[in-house]
Design a protein around this ligand. Sequence first.
Ligand code: SAH
Length: 344
Amino acid sequence: MLDLINLKNLTLPELKELAASINEPASKADQLFSHLYRPTSKFCQMHNISRKFLSKLNKISFITEMLLHKREISDDGTIKYAFKLADDNIIESVLIPSNGRNTLCISAQAGCAMGCKFCLTSTIGLKRNLQSSEIVGQVLFVIKEVKTIHQHINNIVFMGMGEPLANYENTLKALEILQDEKGLGFSDRKITISTCGITPKLMELAKISNVNLAISLHAIDEAMRTELMPINKKYPLKDLLANCRELSAEQGRQILIEYILLKGINDSEADAACLAKQLKGFNCKINLIPYNETPDLPYKQSSPETTQKFMDILCKSGHLTIIRHSRGNDISAACGQLAGQLKL
Ligand code: SAH
């Protein structure tokens, strides 16, 4: 039997191909595509689309919606959404309101295979890649919710569960749909992809897209980085930084460098000086992240004094540096605390 097609996994050009394959004009695919990304997107609600086209579609395809499993609201206004996927995997997204702007942090995978030692998501391992419909679905769901209070989403960051560049094809498709004027219409300036450093894919992405790029650096010494982030063995720090430097020089691109401060591990003044030196002369913004402790992992947060000293050294060396204040801690919605309802 023919597999039914999930329409939300198709980009607009793919939807046009589908229309052509059932002898329908491309213009109908345009109409259908914009319907799919409206608050209501059932076949029976698409009143301006011909019955003939809809009945053909009905036979070969289906439309999915994300299923909310749990919504938790933090004291600071952060909202964590847990979604149950068709195969019962749970993924999470976090809405972070700040100064009248809403940032939505989304997942690219159920679980994660990267094995970063300090991250709770990595303790569950990789369950599976998300389909593009499941990546975009998180955004669609939350857009509908915030619309009811007359707000919208200002920024989307791929900083939830998983490694977007390890799910490259589906991440690209999701970006195309998120950015398509007839889809969700987000500009590339409003989207950030964060990676633990899958260097070849990072460079590939940078060639074809202007989305913001963030690198989870977290250590400035090869051995230490390999210990904290096993991916460093395959894609060493030195090459990662050389490639970022190239992007900055050739494309004038500003890269966001994320650096978690782990007490007694990577937070000394010497580490700060070394980081400042390594990043010298390339266009970057440094985001220092106070570690969100979890009882299941041994790492500790650096003290506010150490954090401030670290920041001062970077600032004195001329680096644009900010400290990312943790949000949603009371509901485990902060960075590295997403683990899909995992109970260890
Ligand atoms: N895999 C991508 C996307 C995940 S983003 C990446 O590595 O960039 C999540 C960010 O939170 C990453 O920078 C990650 O290293 C960081 N993080 C993980 N655990 C954390 C924790 N407990 N406290 C603070 N940040 C953490």
